[in-house]
Ligand binder design. Structure first.
Ligand code: 13P
Length: 251
């Protein structure tokens, strides 16, 4: 496995005081320890510019949680990829299940967003995953095959995050063998879709990742890292994830 990537999705959390508190703890740590893990923080839009200033010179990187497919225009309330780049983001989460659910995002739209992200030199992190019902019906691979084919543009140059919806925010992660099986499946699909390039696309796992389970998750072959929700706004626990991930640095 390559050195793991850790992405923190703050979701709709982070008033200025909270964001400052979280980042101060992270910086306090990084000032005293060498961080060799690629660590991406995805705060809400409102905090990106301020955090960019704060993390200057630190190993932390910034991402956003969504972008519009157009670079600008009459789209009230939306934020474009060039705007994200402008305020300091280098990554963007796309197609998170909460956006698919709350904003009826389709694979086609997510694909357009991924193209927009890449056009602005943002790394798209495209999320896929099945519901509890789809898994119970043993349709999960079929569903994810459709998501992979539909959400990733031909020249995709980002990460894929497997987040089973039933493991998000529940405190109960998918089991190691379940994750391993799906990561292998996603790798096959990516290789079929993109050839050699598909073998190198990092695949992350997300869904109740925490200090007590990250080690066994990172042991999974082919896994590129983790996408963390709740624990990403708990700096002490988040830093523990980083510490454990350091044991997996490839030399
Ligand atoms: P939790 O880590 O809170 O389960 O959230 C996962 C997630 O949705 C990250 O994008």
């Amino acid at each position: 496995m390559a050195t793991p990537i850790i992405v923190g999705n703050w979701k709709m959390h982070g008033l200025t005081s909270e964001a400052n508190e979280i980042v101060s703890e992270l910086l306090n740590y990084s000032n005293n320890h060498e961080i060799q893990i690629k660590t991406v923080l995805c705060p809400p839009f409102t905090q990106i510019a301020a955090l960019k200033e704060k993390i200057k010179g630190s190993p932390f990187l910034l991402g956003a949680q969504d972008c519009h497919p157009s670079p600008q225009g009459a789209h009230t309330g939306d934020i474009s990829a060039p705007m994200l780049k402008d305020v300091g983001a280098d990554y963007v989460l796309l197609g998170h299940s909460e956006r698919r659910r709350d904003h009826y995002e389709t694979d086609e739209l997510i694909c357009e967003k991924a193209i927009a992200a890449q056009n602005s030199n943002l790394v798209p992190i495209v999320c896929i995953g099945e519901t509890k019902e789809e898994r119970a019906a043993k349709d999960h691979k079929f569903v994810m095959g459709i998501q992979i084919k539909g959400s990733l543009p031909q020249d995709f140059n980002g990460f894929v995050a497997y987040e089973p919806i039933w493991a998000i925010g529940t405190g109960v992660s998918a089991q190691k063998h379940e994750i391993a099986e799906i990561i292998e499946f996603i790798r096959e699909e990516l290789t079929e879709q993109f050839g050699e390039r598909g073998k190198k696309i990092p695949i992350l796992y997300g869904g109740s990742v925490k200090p007590s389970n990250i080690r066994e998750i990172l042991e999974i072959e082919e896994l590129g890292g983790v996408l963390v929700g709740s624990v990403s706004i708990m700096p002490k626990d988040f830093l523990q994830l980083l510490e454990i991930a350091h044991d997996f640095i490839s030399t």
